[in-house]
Structure formats: structure tokens, C-alpha cells
Design a protein around this ligand. Structure first.
Ligand code: GGG
Length: 351
């Protein structure tokens, strides 16, 4: 199978972890006779400075010709985040109707959790990825001390129901337990609407235990008892925040992967780490590549290359279990050291 992958390494540590992950993915595929054709695109903040836009005017059409998109990170201190995010990441998610943002969070042996050695968790956060709080509706009004800003959230029946259905189906394939993040006590229009639609979809899944939990209590419970969660479904903003929190509980945001999925498969899906460009550590060769490699595992699964995906994940788990860790996890390995260790574990045994 030869698949075509658009690669956008982007900014900061994206340019370090993406090539490291590509090496690992190629090493996982080689023994099986599969190849990925990588098409590297220099769409980034550097391009914005050079040409006035993060991506070309026909960027979406270019991406649509590929089987998947492998993205690193976007964001640079020299450009407002709103330009970088809405100039690249968010248009891709929306134009390709990647309405599911899957964010698995699992504790790996060898990765220390701030909760101690006995902590366990294996959660998938299903973040709504096409509407909600990420909205362009609103604006700034007035001047001086009378200035104010209005931000409108958009929750559609179709949007809430389709993400709820996806999450229930995922829960059915796992431990049959679903938690929905809400804030219907304070957010009086959109959150009760979210709750009603999630509950309604849940009637088709009587075999899945489900509950609605206020986001503040849920955040505390993810810290207090992370092992009690299976699938969590959340709106765009809530899902983004909860996945950083859960990743930190599992050891580091440096290991947290994500998949932006168009379940209809009409368009390419996009695979990226949860973390951003981390300008504070960029250029030092110490960024953790695990989140990017794990995002590659999700991409291989999505492309139907599940045996290579399984071996790649196994190699990552063996690498961290044996103590090859970057500084965010308390080790002193560099980005390339971790990738080398993963590649070495994937090499066919020599006789
Ligand atoms: N890994 C992609 C990246 O750079 N994400 C940074 C970010 O701020 N993302 C916002 C979001 O996922 O909504």
C-alpha cells in the first residue's frame, strides 16, 4: 500500500519532532513492504512573515489530494496566535469536516505521573472539533473604558448529536462508560442544549453507562481518580482544556497524541500532537517526540496499517519503559536519541 501524506511540520518544536517521528513511522512500515509518500510543505509562521499567509490560497485544495495530514505545531511569539491558528489549523479542521478530535490519554510504564507510581488511567477524550466556543461570531465594540468584547458560541443539534454518537460508539468498543462534560449551571443556553442532545443520543446506547458532570468537578476528578474514566465527550474548548490536564496527569503533554478525524472519509484526516510549538525549548533538540510518534500510530491505524501501528506503539512503550526519556519526563535524552531508540527496536532482528 502506498499512501500520500501531506506533512506540515510548522513552527518551533514541530520542526524537530516531525522528522523524528517520520523516521520511526518509516521504520515500522519497512518490514511490511509498505511505504508512505511524504509531501513536505513549509507552511508556517516563517511563511507568514515571508508571504503574508500561513498557507497558500489553494492550500485546502492541495491538502485534499492526500490520504492524511501529519502536522507538528503552529504558533510563534512574533505573530498573534489567532493569526496562526485561524490561518492554518482551524480552517483545515473545518473545511475537511474533521469534527472529531480524538485525544487518547494512557499512562505508560516508565513515565512518572505526578500522582505517584500507583496511578493508572486509560481515557479517550472525544473533543467536538468543528463548532462550539471556537467561533468567529462576535466582535469588539465601544471605546476606552466603555470598550467591550462579545464572543458567541455555536452549538448545532447536528453537531452535538454527531459527536455524542461517535463517543457512545467508541465507548461501546471499549469499557462501555461515557462521561459528558457540561457547565449547564452557569452557561444557561448552550450547555443545557448540549446535555439534552447527548442524553437523547444515549437512548440508543442502553448498554453504555453514562453521566453528565460539571466541567469543574470533572477536572478535579481527573486528578483525584483518573482511573475511573473511559470515554469523555466534551465541547471544543472543554475538550481542549481537559486533554492538557489529563496529559499532565499521565506524565507530560509531551506524550499526548491527537487525531482530527473526518469519519465520512471524504477528506483527509489530520494527526498532530496535543502540544504546541513550545518556543521556550525550540531549537535545543530536547523536545519529546513521543506525542508526534503516537499521533503517527493513530494515522497508521486510520490508514488501515494496523500491524505497523501496533509495532510502532510497542517500540515507543519499550523505549520509555527502558528509561530513554526527554527532560520533560525527568530524563536527559534528546529528541533524536528517543527516535533512534524507537527505530532500533523496530529493526528486523539480524541473524
Ligand atoms: N499541535 C498543534 C498545535 O500547535 N496546537 C496548538 C494549539 O494551540 N492548538 C489549539 C487547538 O487545538 O485548539
Amino acid at each position: 500500500v502506498a499512501k500520500s501524506i501531506a506533512v506540515i511540520a510548522g513552527d518551533g518544536i514541530g520542526t524537530e519532532v516531525v522528522p523524528a517521528a517520520m523516521r520511526c513511522i518509516d521504520a515500522a512500515l519497512a518490514p511490511e513492504g509498505h511505504v508512505l509518500h511524504w509531501h513536505e510543505l513549509d507552511w508556517s509562521s516563517a511563511r507568514y512573515h515571508r508571504e503574508g499567509a500561513m498557507m497558500p490560497a489553494d492550500g485546502i485544495e492541495q491538502l485534499d489530494r492526500h490520504d492524511a495530514i501529519f502536522l507538528g505545531a503552529v504558533g510563534d511569539p512574533s505573530i498573534p496566535d489567532v493569526e496562526t491558528l485561524w490561518g492554518l489549523l482551524i480552517p483545515i479542521r473545518r473545511r475537511f469536516d474533521q469534527y472529531v478530535n480524538l485525544r487518547p490519554v494512557r499512562m505508560l510504564d516508565g513515565v512518572p505521573s505526578p500522582l505517584g507510581p500507583d496511578a493508572r488511567c486509560d481515557i479517550v477524550i472525544v473533543r467536538e472539533n468543528s463548532e462550539g466556543e471556537y467561533s468567529e461570531l462576535g466582535g469588539r465594540f465601544g471605546d476606552g473604558d466603555d470598550a467591550f468584547a462579545v464572543q458567541n458560541d455555536v452549538f448545532t443539534r447536528r453537531g452535538v448529536r454527531r459527536i455524542a454518537r461517535y463517543a457512545y460508539e467508541l465507548a461501546r468498543s471499549r469499557r462501555r462508560d461515557l462521561t459528558s462534560a457540561t457547565k449547564s449551571n452557569g452557561i444557561i443556553h448552550t450547555m443545557p442544549f448540549w446535555d439534552e442532545n447527548v442524553t437523547d443520543v444515549g437512548r440508543d446506547f442502553p448498554d453504555v453507562a453514562s453521566r453528565s458532570v460539571l466541567i469543574d468537578a470533572l477536572a478535579a476528578d481527573i486528578v483525584r481518580k483518573p482511573g475511573s474514566f473511559d470515554v469523555i465527550v466534551a465541547s471544543n474548548l472543554f475538550g481542549d482544556i481537559l486533554s492538557d490536564l489529563a496529559a499532565a496527569v499521565a506524565g507530560s503533554i509531551g506524550i499526548a497524541p491527537s487525531a482530527n478525524v473526518d469519519p465520512s472519509r471524504m477528506h483527509p484526516s489530520m494527526f498532530e500532537p496535543v502540544h504546541g510549538s513550545a518556543p521556550d525549548i525550540a531549537g535545543r533538540g530536547i523536545a519529546n517526540p513521543v506525542a508526534q510518534i503516537w499521533s503517527g500510530v493513530l494515522m497508521l491505524e486510520h490508514l488501515g496499517l494496523s500491524s505497523a501501528a501496533h509495532r510502532l506503539m510497542q517500540a515507543v512503550e519499550d523505549t520509555v519503559r527502558e528509561g530513554v526519556l526527554t527532560p520533560d519526563l525527568g530524563g536527559d535524552a534528546g529528541t533524536a536519541d528517543v527516535a533512534d531508540a524507537v527505530v532500533a527496536r523496530l529493526a528486523p532482528a539480524s541473524h
